[in-house]
Design a protein around this ligand. Structure first.
Ligand code: SF4
Length: 350
């Protein structure tokens, strides 16, 4: 009954999205990876740019990592973009451009976990495997009144089993899309539309007045605060330095101005004293703080306070690791950079 009602609701209310219709593995895979942790409205323009630039998995496989990261810029969680690119190469080179058609084989691909493998296997190949994303957790926990935390090991198992039990096995792909869409549009995190809900009469959370309490989540990991000082060296010709982030950290393989990370926000006197600047004292002409107050940039488990220091130099420093010289502002725009840097660059170029 529940599954049938959800399917009927979907039939009447689904959004017309470009990867729906006659689903193909490449497009479903792209959309599922791109829209994880992202709202459709935010992710859709990225998806459209990707499919225009890379109409097949072979095109994506042949692209440079720089180009893929540049197109991904602003979508966050950059490891997803790197894994996406690696998987495209494997599918192109080892499978002739055809994605595996079984859940268990899809799961072996880099960056493809239970969620994405279930989505592709069911939506494209009609394999009866249940998809459990944030929307599904919410709908099931409310409808069945399940109070097990959704981000606990026990919760993950319990909800996967429940979702599998509810799966409409004759049309698993359609049903999976239906329940996700129902969670996204109707049984929303805030202000769910219970009054017009087709499954309201059997919804435990509604009957017991617990809609606002479900789903239950374990407390979030503590947010780590970090302090970034970007050194924007510029010589008389307007040439600048960019540095590639190579460490296993946020923004891996993206570019930035040379960075000093500190334990607190640094003052002008403190930044002048750093080892890096000692080396560059002879060539340094002036140093100016660009933003009066540190810029706050919030990621999922980190809060970054950033200051840009504009440093006029006679000659660009040569002893900073992983740097390359950029001749002009136009070239600067070609590099994949974190959104935090993009704002600064756009302001400078604006
Ligand atoms: Fe969600 Fe409300 Fe419908 Fe229950 S009645 S499934 S809480 S929208």
């Amino acid at each position: 009954m529940f599954s049938k009602s959800i399917l009927n609701w979907y039939n009447e209310n689904k959004r017309d999205l470009p990867w729906r219709g006659k689903p193909e593995a490449y497009f479903v895979w792209l959309s599922e990876i791109m829209l994880q942790q992202t709202r459709v409205a935010q992710g859709l323009p990225y998806y459209l740019r990707f499919v225009e630039e890379f109409p097949t998995v072979h095109d994506l496989a042949e692209a440079s990592q720089e180009k893929v990261l540049k197109l991904w810029q602003g979508l966050g969680y950059y490891s997803r973009a790197r894994n996406l690119h690696d998987t495209a190469k494997v599918v192109s080179a080892n499978f002739g451009g055809v994605f595996p058609n079984k859940y268990k084989d899809l799961k072996k691909l880099k960056g493809v976990g239970d969620y994405t493998a279930s989505a592709i296997a069911s939506i494209v190949y009609q394999e009866p495997v249940a998809v459990v994303d944030g929307n599904v957790y919410r709908v099931l926990s409310r409808f069945f009144g399940v109070e097990t935390p959704i981000n606990s090991t026990e919760g993950v198992k319990q909800f996967k089993a429940l979702a599998t039990k509810m799966l409409a096995t004759k049309s698993p792909g359609l049903y999976n899309q239906a329940i996700m869409e129902f969670g996204a549009l109707h049984c929303k995190p805030k202000n769910p539309q219970c009054v017009t809900c087709p499954v309201q009469s059997n919804c435990i959370a509604f009957q017991q007045n617990k809609v606002g309490e479900l789903p239950v989540k374990l407390k979030k990991q503590k947010v780590r605060e970090r302090f970034f000082n970007f050194l924007v060296f510029q010589d008389a010709k307007g040439q600048m330095l960019l540095q590639k982030r190579v460490e296993k950290d946020i923004w891996q393989h993206l570019y930035q101005f040379p960075l000093i990370e500190s334990k607190h926000n640094l003052t002008l006197a403190e930044i002048k004293k750093t080892a890096l600047l000692d080396n560059e004292k002879k060539v340094l002409q002036s140093i100016k703080r660009w933003n009066e107050k540190p810029i706050k940039h919030v990621l999922s488990h980190q809060k970054i306070w950033a200051t840009f220091w504009c440093m006029a130099v006679k000659k660009l420093p040569e002893n900073i690791q992983n740097t390359q010289q950029i001749a002009n502002k136009q070239e600067l725009m070609e590099f994949a950079v974190p959104v935090l840097m993009e704002k600064f660059i756009n302001f400078k170029n604006g």
